[in-house]
Design a protein around this ligand. Structure first.
Ligand SMILES: Cc1cc2nc3c(=O)[nH]c(=O)nc-3n(C[C@H](O)[C@H](O)[C@H](O)COP(=O)(O)OP(=O)(O)OC[C@H]3O[C@@H](n4cnc5c(N)ncnc54)[C@H](O)[C@@H]3O)c2cc1C
Length: 353
């Protein structure tokens, strides 16, 4: 198993690559390959691209229930984020971060600039997905769950849940979280399957609450945009309507659970998880705070939200033509997902990363 290019493979122009998963890592990989004229077929089981950067459209508001914001450390990712800002799908957020602890609310400024998709987090992956149409031979097939890989004498074939077949491909990149990737490659590539096994995932409940009036003035005033908590159930509350491009939205909160609490409540119903997270938020406020009742409350369970311990290799691939990318292979953040997909694309092209 190597994290270096294999020069015995065909030239980039002749390469045929299937990518399972149109989250950020799969899309980054697709762009890197398509820019060099590679034939790329991207598949996702969901109705839209985005994966854990998806946003939820409710009647009154759009909420980010996966990634809330992201930081930039790597120069290559910084250039990409500049392009997204120029295209209008990313902006800076938040500027008012707080932490709630037993001693009250304090500002929580770590000096890092954070970015967010505008007008929703999924605007970034939508921009990348739309951008694939600029390439002659790149396509994205949504609502297509890949259920099996089959090795044929001249390449890989993919099968979906309706028994449709796709291919042949020289490479199959799997950007789904490791447990889902393992299900596809366990029969073919024990080493990659083991690598997936070594990256167990934590779950995370993400709830929302939408209001038809503003929240009252809280301990630190009206300006707060995100709140980190030391509560046993709740770890982060984001005010969606303060994110870029959403100023016409009503007051709307995303409430992200602690990972331990999420793992312990993995079988809760969405209604019960939402109620418990909302109640947890209320307990962090002064007891005389009079809150309006939310007009819309719910929760989404991310069964595979983030790796328990991320790898350090960015991506993996085997001589047989199977490859793995995604945040789990180098970190647990948006930047890691983009770098992983981008670096794998470059490696498959035989370029230096
Ligand atoms: C609640 C939560 C909060 C987060 N907050 C932050 C944050 O604030 N900052 C930050 O930097 N990061 C955050 N993250 C992490 C960030 O969202 C991820 O690092 C990043 O989105 C991962 O992208 P990915 O492409 O690796 O995987 P994913 O986004 O999971 O993409 C995998 C894709 O594969 C598809 N798929 C899976 N199986 C199949 C199949 N068999 N057939 C077809 N398609 C399939 C899925 O539908 C999905 O679209 C958060 C994540 C969660 C869940």
């Amino acid at each position: 198993m190597a994290a270096t290019a294999n020069e015995s493979y065909p030239s980039p122009f002749a390469l045929r690559v299937a990518i399972v998963g149109a989250g950020l890592s799969g899309l980054a990989c697709a762009h890197r390959l398509a820019q060099q004229g590679t034939q790329v077929r991207l598949f996702d089981k969901a109705r839209g691209p985005g994966g854990r950067m998806s946003s939820k459209q409710r009647p009154a508001a759009t909420l980010d229930l996966g990634a809330q914001a992201f930081t930039v450390r790597d120069e290559r990712f910084a250039r990409q984020v500049d392009e997204w800002r120029h295209a209008g799908c990313v902006d800076i957020w938040p500027t008012h971060r707080y932490q709630a602890s037993a001693s009250g609310w304090q500002t929580h400024d770590d000096g890092q600039i954070r970015y967010c998709g505008a007008p929703r987090m999924s605007a970034i992956t939508r921009y990348l997905a739309d951008g694939l149409s600029a390439f002659a031979d790149a396509t994205l097939l949504l609502e297509t769950t890949i259920t099996a890989l089959e090795r044929q004498p001249k390449g890989w074939q993919l099968r979906d849940a309706h028994d449709n077949r796709y291919g042949l491909f020289d490479y199959v990149v799997i950007s789904a979280p490791p447990p889902q990737a393992k299900a596809l490659l366990a029969d073919w590539e024990p080493m990659l399957s083991d690598a997936c096994e070594e990256r167990p995932q934590r779950s995370c409940w993400a709830a929302w609450a939408i209001f038809d009036e503003s929240l009252p003035r809280l301990p630190v005033g009206d300006q707060w945009q995100s709140l980190h908590l030391e509560h046993p159930a709740l770890r982060l509350v984001s005010r969606n309507h303060t994110k870029p491009g959403r100023k016409h939205q009503p007051e709307s909160l995303s409430l992200l659970a602690q990972l331990d609490w999420s793992d312990a409540h993995i079988d809760a119903t969405p209604a019960s998880a939402a109620q418990q997270l909302w109640e947890a938020f209320v307990t962090t406020l002064p007891s005389d705070t009079s809150l309006p009742s939310p007009i819309d409350v719910g929760a989404h369970r991310w069964r595979y939200a983030q790796p328990a311990s991320p790898g350090r290799q960015s991506f993996l691939y085997s001589e047989s033509g199977l490859a793995l990318c995604g945040d789990s292979f180098r970190g647990s953040r948006v930047e890691d997902a983009w770098l992983s997909g981008n670096e794998l694309g470059a490696a498959l092209l035989g370029r230096s990363v």
